[in-house]
Design a binder for this molecule. Sequence first.
Ligand code: 5AD
Length: 368
Amino acid sequence: MIEHILNKSEFTKSDIIELLSVEDKAQSELIRQKAYSVMKENSGELVYLRGLVEFSNYCVNDCFYCGIRKSNSNISRYILKKDEILDAVRWCAGQGYGSVVLQSGERNDKNFTDFVVDIVKSIKIETRTDKLPEGLGVTLCVGEQTYEDYIRFFEAGAHRYLLRIETSSPELYSQLHPEWQSFEKRVECLKELRKAGFQVGTGVMIGFPGQTIEHLADDILFFKDMDIDMIGMGPFIVHSDTIYNELEDAYKENKSRIYKLALRMIAVTRIVLKDVNIASTTALQALYPMGREAGLMHGANVIMPMLTPTYVRNEYQLYDGKPCLDEFSSDCFNCIRHRIESTGRNVALDEWGDSKHFKAKDIKNYEN
Ligand code: 5AD
């Protein structure tokens, strides 16, 4: 019986495994309801928006599963111009989004890191409004950089950073990445990001070959051990230009299992971590049209509508089946708002929507 587990406030690995393994419908619903009530109590019911600008698909990494990895020559590479990015974020500020995420493939050259610093500074100046006198909240998702660059980004005005660990198992990590991409380095980066002052987000892919429920339980414990503030997780989806291509048929058959597992991961992560921000990711919607709404019903409280200009969206496909490829940002905004409201939730407007977990730590440090 899972009721006694759901009534706990601290969870062991075997509790987490038990919750992740439940298949019975009524018990699954109990877990979902618990996740929703933990969210309501600790983070509230509002949904926070982060306008997502995928500003470049150049990448120095070669993650085996990813459509924009360096060795994929079937896409054309782009980097948006500063003006294009600023147009998108100004529009976003005008709509009351509160925050943006600047995401790109990884590059470590000075031209790139200088560009990021310059863009962040401009966004902070150009998006000031009466309601948001410090401008939009800026989250960066630009990969592994040096500690010095993290500090430069933070000083430029970015205050959140997303860097997925992808899996907390070093063995699985080495199966998903070439030898020169190291698990230890990724963990070190997460620690450096915190030290630089960022609210730190991470996450994993769910359902890739070789991953078990036990690995997923370890992932949740990893988030807790690392004192993570924000989580973004989604189902693993085969991209046809990757080595996983031959698994495509098997994955189609498994789609519903992976989808349910991804929603369960959101719910159990919410139950265990309580006051973190959790995103309902686009990858959920790539599997099922109502996937992002379902994520919200399982305890997620953040959505990232796409602001990337339509003409480059095709070139930023990390996995097959990415939704909204030919829509305009305004379509995405109205559609997302509708989707959120259809779940009985309201959208938070003109707020950064910081992680309550981070704020609680801040208050603790202040009191000490
Ligand atoms: N399936 C699901 N998620 C993927 N990502 C990259 N490729 C895939 C894929 N094939 C995710 C990774 C990365 C994030 C930006 O997108 O987790 O960190």
